[in-house]
Design a protein around this ligand. Structure first.
Ligand SMILES: Cc1ncc(COP(=O)(O)O)c(C=O)c1O
Length: 405
């Protein structure tokens, strides 16, 4: 696997319509920039659909979708049978959670401090209706989830451990494998939200010890919006009862009448997948997955880590600017969070937009527990990709330097 040299990156940028124009993208954590090849995979299939009919085109593209599933499995060190596609991160996560056995009064659900707001709302609602509780796993001093403290929380009322692996509001990356060891030893279902990890940091579901894991296509994988991956561990499949069924998840049995009792559900992860999907987008996702595999996520990780650390150093050197990233500096992701004295994160974002720089601003709702624990109301978030260059980091730092003058 080649290292991502400047020459290779220049070629990848040339193949990316969003690179090299007047605007510089620092919002890869929101949604990244797709390659020309990914765009072509989508548009060519849409054209085929228009020419021969979408159902007919889907038959012609079945091998391509199967290859996309195999690529997703390779990326996660899973089997194809363990991969379902979904239309978005929350849809994948919600489908997974809705398929678990209902909570009962007194049940406990354990979450990390970086839990995504939407996940937390879903869990709290589910718990409130059942008379169960959602509890916080204690954190280490650096903000990451404390796996030893988690081990001490376990009792026979714990029904689920839910972990957002990489924070949405900064570079913190939890030790998801350490959490997995506790979950496995206790036999508690373990679900990972890997939205901010997959595609930028190697993710091996066997090493993580998780039962389910999801990630969207549009972020660090550079796939299209409207796509996501959901991994379900093979031996966990029989614990997963889809909230609804269709002709794919449970084909009508030919030998039985209408009163045949509980449905027979397919025995792979596609029991959680909708039969109706955008084939064009799945082919685009397949192209993005192929690119990630060709480049090697280890190589991607090395380059992103170097760039993000460089950006943190540049920003930390500026008066009135505070880098807000916590967690272990060695394992941080490409999300760089910062505040500028006297300016809200959204104002920072708006002002940088005037400089042709696109970045994110996160308030409390995306990561309520962590923002509240740290007394933060809003941060600016610049997220890098392996496509980012040192010159772009300089441009961002120079623009930030002008903000509070
Ligand atoms: C950690 C995390 N979880 C969940 C989501 C929501 O995913 P989606 O917008 O694909 O539903 C995001 C989106 O940014 C995220 O960062």
């Amino acid at each position: 696997m080649p290292m991502l040299t400047d020459a290779i990156v220049a070629g990848l940028r040339a193949d990316t319509p969003g690179c090299g124009g007047p605007q510089v993208h620092f919002n890869h954590a929101g949604a990244s920039l797709s390659s020309r090849q990914t765009l072509a995979a989508i548009t060519q299939h849409l054209e085929l659909e228009a020419r021969v009919g979408p159902m007919e085109a889907a038959v012609m593209a079945a091998d391509g979708v199967a290859r996309a599933r195999a690529a997703a499995a390779t990326l996660l060190n899973a089997d194809s049978e363990e991969i379902a596609f979904a239309t978005g991160g929350s849809a994948a996560w919600g489908t997974a959670i809705a398929s678990l056995p209902p909570l009962r009064p007194g049940d406990r659900v354990l979450v990390g401090r970086q839990e995504w707001g939407g996940n937390l709302t879903t869990l709290r609602d589910k718990a409130a209706r059942a008379g169960a509780v959602v509890e916080l796993i204690p954190s280490l001093d650096d903000g990451r989830v404390d796996a030893d403290a988690l081990a001490n929380q376990i009792d026979d009322r714990v029904r689920l451990i839910s972990l957002t692996w990489g924070a949405a509001n900064g570079g913190l990356v939890n030790d998801a494998a350490a959490v997995g060891r506790v979950a496995r030893a206790a036999g508690v279902p373990y679900v990972i939200d890997a939205a901010q990890v997959v595609g930028q940091i190697p993710a091996d579901v066997r090493a993580l010890g998780c039962d389910m894991l999801k990630a969207p296509g549009r972020k660090h994988l550079r796939g299209p919006r409207g796509t996501a991956l959901l991994y379900v561990r093979r031996d966990f499949l029989d614990k997963v009862a889809p909230a609804w069924l269709d002709v794919q998840s449970s084909p009508w049995p030919s030998d039985l009448g209408a009163d045949h009792g509980p449905a027979t559900i397919r025995d792979d992860a596609r029991r959680l997948e909708s039969a109706e999907a955008s084939v064009a987008l799945l082919l685009g996702l397949g192209s993005a997955l192929d690119l990630a595999l060709t480049l090697g996520v280890d190589n991607i990780r090395t380059r992103i880590h170097h760039l993000a650390q460089g950006l943190r150093q540049r920003l930390a050197a500026l008066p009135g600017v505070t880098v807000r990233d916590i967690g272990d500096p060695e394992t941080r992701s490409g999300l760089v969070s910062f505040t500028v004295d006297g300016l809200a994160g959204s104002a920072v974002r708006a002002r940088l937009m005037e400089h042709g720089l696109t970045l994110g601003a996160n308030g409390v709702p995306y990561t309520p527990l962590d923002m509240t624990a740290r007394g933060l109301t809003e941060i600016a978030r610049a997220s890098v990709s392996y496509l980012t260059t040192e010159a772009e980091l300089d441009r961002l730092a120079n623009a930030v330097a002008t903000l509070n003058r």
